[in-house]
Design a protein around this ligand. Structure first.
Ligand code: FE
Length: 214
């Protein structure tokens, strides 16, 4: 954040965060350079590409898929993703008849190690309320329409447990490499707020479709 921003331009939450950080730094409890490094790490090094690789590996390797569903923390760590907010990870496998949707009703708990930092909508009170009250409506708001006979299970993230949704593998992708499959898997699909699809005319060349990273 710019040091030249006027306090009046900050939201109440930003102002409180700024005040807390200032006090912690003044008292020597945290090093601002370390904070910057942590934010930079989760913004640039870690991101949905990590989760996408986990999903694509599960799609192509039955032994890994079983391990992921049994102990996601260990299975994900085997692919090199460990760290904060991912210590107790649970993978939820979607099927054509069961869809999983993840929310944190209390705040914004999120599996940082596999998805990076959470999107703004995930932290919004509107999403947190509607995902529980009307999950099908919350999905429709995002343009996701599930068949009427597909059940939706909502999972509430906590400080102890974070969830990674394993979406249904799109039809017509038999024989694809992990790399090509991973390019199809979006961040939102791994929260349960999207489905994995692909445009047939662009696949399976090396120029696989890839959602713009946000
Ligand atoms: Fe939370």
């Amino acid at each position: 954040m710019s040091e030249h921003e006027h306090a009046s331009s900050l939201s109440q939450m930003e102002a409180r965060t700024r005040a807390l950080e200032t006090l912690l730094v003044e008292r020597g409890l945290v090093d601002p350079h370390v904070l910057d490094k942590i934010v930079d790490y989760y913004e640039h090094e870690v991101g949905p590409h990590r989760g996408a690789r986990v999903v694509a590996t599960a799609w192509t390797d039955d032994a890994f898929r079983e391990w992921l569903l049994r102990d996601a923390t260990a299975a994900v760590a085997s692919l090199g993703s460990t760290g904060r907010q991912g210590e107790h990870l649970v993978a939820l496998e979607c099927t054509p008849t069961l869809h999983h949707l993840v929310v944190c009703t209390l705040c914004s708990c999120y599996p940082w190690t596999v998805l990076g930092l959470p999107p703004v909508w995930y932290k919004s009170p509107a999403y947190r309320a509607k995902a529980v009250r009307d999950p099908r409506g919350a999905l429709a708001d995002a343009g996701v329409r599930l068949p009427a006979d597909t059940a939706i299970q909502v999972w509430d993230s906590t400080a102890e447990i974070r969830y990674l949704v394993v979406p249904v593998r799109p039809a017509g992708t038999d024989g694809w490499s992990v790399e090509d499959l991973a390019a199809l898997v979006t961040r939102d699909a791994m929260i349960g707020m999207g489905l994995v699809t692909f445009a047939r005319q662009t696949a399976p060349t090396r120029q696989t479709p890839n959602e713009a990273r946000t």
